[in-house]
Write a new protein. Structure first.
Length: 234
């Protein structure tokens, strides 16, 4: 059996001085969320831990690493959908930018955000290729097709993996491992809260194993913190 625990990063501080930044650190509330996450995972064992290369994910993973005594490998394929630069823009300008983006026809969402953002097609290819390479290369899993669906063969010994990433990349991982149709709005279909926990586990089916979604968007460890102040995009 293989279990994968997916965690979205804590709340970022997108406008630390009243203007947008492209690669934010965690907000004060986000740091509290990261510590609460570490407390929630304190009794668990992981064979391997991974995080994206972005600051907000790395800072979320840091208290977990300290509490569990583990090291996180940084993987660029786990980075969030790459957006056009919004550095220096006001809150109003950023809100208008995303409002225009959300109002587009869904077919246009595949193209990402103009003028030079990463396309969602590329994000899907990047993340699906990354997670399949990780599982088949580093963790000894094999994939085969049965009636048009992909089934997995887990390694001989049970393994538990922890991944700290982003709403977009987690949504693609879920789409790939649950073998559901890719859509340009996967991050809406599988939207998760800051520092929320999602769990997948392999279960036997036919002549292989499928991934089963055992928990999605767990936030019980965050309730004592109350609602975060402010906040917007992932």
């Amino acid at each position: 059996m293989i279990e994968i625990v997916l965690v979205r990063h804590g709340q970022p501080d997108w406008e630390p001085h009243g203007r947008a930044v492209d690669h934010p650190a965690l907000s004060a509330h986000g740091r509290l969320q990261a510590q609460a996450l570490a407390d929630a995972l304190a009794g668990e064992r992981f064979d391997a831990c991974y995080t994206s290369t972005l600051k907000r994910a790395i800072e979320t993973a840091a208290p977990v690493a300290a509490r569990l005594g583990v090291e996180f490998e940084r993987c660029s394929w786990l980075d969030e959908l790459r957006l056009p630069t919004l550095e220096g823009r006001t809150s109003t300008e950023v809100e208008q930018f995303f409002a225009r983006a959300r109002a587009r026809d869904l077919e246009q969402w595949w193209d990402g955000l103009p003028p030079d953002g990463e396309s969602f097609r590329h994000l899907y290819e990047r993340v699906s290729g990354g997670v399949e390479a990780l599982l088949s290369g580093s963790h000894g899993m094999r994939i085969h097709s049965n009636s048009g669906f992909r089934l997995w063969h887990p390694p001989e010994h049970d393994r538990r993996l922890l991944i700290v990433a982003h709403e977009g990349t987690i949504s693609v991982i879920l789409s790939v491992l649950l073998d559901v149709e890719p859509v340009s709005w996967a991050f809406v279909r599988f939207s998760s809260y800051w520092a929320a926990i999602t769990r997948l586990v392999t279960v036997p089916i036919a002549d292989g194993y499928a991934f089963s979604l055992r928990a999605f968007n767990e936030i019980g460890h965050l309730l004592a913190l109350g609602p975060p102040p402010g906040g917007r995009r992932g």
